[in-house]
Design a protein around this ligand. Structure first.
Ligand code: HEC
Length: 121
């Protein structure tokens, strides 16, 4: 196999990888719009339609200062097992039965995009 052909195959793989990642992000945004916005808001700022009637307000996912104090594992756990699992409000439902682990990992990535933060900063 000559060199340019190998380059060509390598490039194809890269394109597949990049479009795969973009697809994952798009899917997470979709999942968020389906299950999370009614409480957390379309912008993820904690101002969804439900909040008027809620005694505990949903987390503002764009609040970098607050979100940076949660590790990815914390976020995964609260999404999968609900607020109660991390000593928070029952008003944050558990999604483990509805959303797959893989999709929850995608949601964690999406939350990091919303807050433009990572754990510790
Ligand atoms: C029925 C309303 C409701 C829905 C729907 C909802 N949440 Fe929440 N969520 C809450 C409330 C209320 C809190 C705040 C709990 C607290 O601070 O005690 C919260 C908190 C959180 C937190 C932060 C927990 C922390 O460490 O402070 C994350 C992350 C989160 N939600 C993610 C999600 C995701 C992702 C979805 C969609 C799959 C979702 N939520 C759907 C109500 C909701």
């Amino acid at each position: 196999m000559n060199r340019s052909r190998m380059l060509f195959i390598g490039f194809g793989g890269l394109i597949m990888l990049v479009s795969g990642l973009a697809l994952g992000a798009e899917q997470a945004a979709d999942t968020y719009r389906t299950y999370c916005v009614q409480c957390h808001g379309l912008q993820g700022n904690g101002k969804g339609l439900n909040v008027r009637d809620m005694s505990v307000q949903p987390r503002d996912h764009t609040d970098a200062k607050e979100m940076a104090t949660r590790s990815d594992e914390d976020l995964f756990k609260v999404i999968k097992e609900g607020g109660v699992a991390v000593n928070k409000s029952v008003l944050m439902p558990p999604w483990g039965g509805v959303i797959s682990d893989e999709e929850i990992r995608g949601l964690v990535v999406y939350l990091r995009q919303l807050c433009k933060c990572s754990y510790g900063r």
